[in-house]
Design a protein around this ligand. Structure first.
Ligand SMILES: [Fe+2]
Ligand SMILES: [Fe+2]
Length: 384
């Protein structure tokens, strides 16, 4: 049975491999093949309670303790000032009733299946069950992403070459730990359910964890995944009626805005001001970022929801098409790329060589978006 599933997965992984070659960079493709094999074909992440991942970055000790990066120092001060305690600052006492029509967990536009005839024939109760499932699936992915962010932040803190960045990174480790805490608590106590990690999210995390170069990890996590997280959290926060979730996401978003800002400040310094990359290294980073963009754009397919509710009604291919065209995914893509594309430009990785590829995806239009992650002093305050 496992073999049959692996073979089906292999066949269906074709589009990913095609995407993996879109940049034509064999090194980038080679970096993705291992994670894709483990995540999409063997589904390593679903085969037990743990996954062991060797991580090979080098810790850099700095005996000079020089602190001269003013922007990073400001971020560090903001992070210390705005720490919050999930146990005491959030009111966890309310209960959630997924069938309460007055407190919609998610609006109808967010339900992947809403326009499908099979969905329209469901009873109100069955629709509410699927609403609950989709929110639970989304927040489960946030939780798994936060676990990845926690380990990536710890690795980057040890590897980054500047003391100011190490000090700031130490606050991000605490922040990400707290995010794991709140998403896990909300899922287990309030929604009473947890989904496994999405295969494609696993591929991205696997690839980032194993890369031994600190700036590649940093680029993938701080610019791409954090940008995705910030966009997704803001989308859900605006959409839900559920007060505890709204409140909790407000706190998390304030932290994430700092994290993306950290990514932009540090990589702009390294790539643009320090000009630390050779032409070949720069091209590899440009191609890597483009591959991650493709993965994030096309590959969050909620197969766990499909397996549970819709496998009897349609093929996985038909489901994938439905998901990618759904209002929810369109909204996610827009809010995510509005944040990610301008930041790719800010760190100097949107060269004339790669611009046509982004234009072909219809997302180059976001390059001059206002800096959605730049923080005014008011933004940096934790919401009441
Ligand atoms: Fe986080
Ligand atoms: Fe973060």
């Amino acid at each position: 049975m496992r073999l049959r599933r692996a073979i089906t997965n292999l066949v269906e992984t074709g589009p990913l491999l095609k995407e993996g070659m879109a940049s034509g960079n064999l090194k980038v493709l080679a970096n993705l093949l291992g994670p894709a094999f483990r995540g999409l074909i063997m589904e390593t992440q679903k085969n037990g309670p743990h996954t062991r991942m060797p991580v090979g970055n080098t810790a850099l000790f700095d005996w000079e303790y020089r602190q001269d990066k003013e922007q990073l120092q400001r971020l560090y001060e903001a992070a210390k000032r705005d720490q919050w305690n999930a146990t005491t600052d959030i009111d966890w006492t309310g209960q959630i009733d997924p069938y309460d029509p007055n407190v919609m967990l998610l609006p109808n536009d967010y339900l992947i299946m809403q326009d499908h005839p099979a969905f329209k024939s469901l009873s109100k109760k069955e629709m509410a069950t699927q609403r609950h499932a989709i929110l639970t699936w989304l927040l489960s992915q946030f939780l798994h992403g936060e676990q990845g962010a926690l380990y990536a932040a710890a690795q980057v803190t040890s590897a980054v070459p500047w003391m100011d960045a190490k000090l700031y990174g130490s606050t991000q480790v605490v922040d990400e730990g707290r995010h794991v805490e709140v998403f896990h608590r909300y899922l287990t106590e309030k929604l009473e359910r947890l989904y496994t990690i999405d295969d494609n999210l696993y591929v991205i995390i696997d690839a980032l964890m194993r890369d031994s170069r600190w700036d590649m990890k940093f680029l993938g996590m701080q610019i791409m995944i954090e940008g995705l997280a910030l966009g997704s959290f803001a989308t859900i926060r605006a959409a839900t009626d559920e007060p505890l979730l709204k409140n909790m996401l407000g706190y998390v978003i304030a932290d994430e805005a700092r994290h993306v800002q950290f990514g932009v400040v540090a990589l702009r310094d390294w790539y643009v001001q320090n000009d630390a990359l050779s032409e070949r290294e720069r091209r590899e980073r440009e191609d890597w970022v483009f591959e991650l963009t493709l993965l994030m754009r096309n590959r969050f397919l909620a197969h766990e929801i499909y397996d549970e509710y819709w496998a009897h009604a349609m093929s996985r291919k038909a489901w994938d098409k439905l998901v990618l065209g759904s209002g929810l995914m369109k909204l996610f893509r827009r809010t995510m790329f509005k944040r990610v594309i301008p930041n790719i430009k800010r760190i100097g990785l949107l060269s004339d060589r790669v611009r046509p590829r982004y234009a072909a995806l219809g997302i180059l239009q976001y390059e001059n978006e206002r800096d959605a992650t730049r923080m005014s002093p008011a933004d940096m305050l934790v919401p009441a």
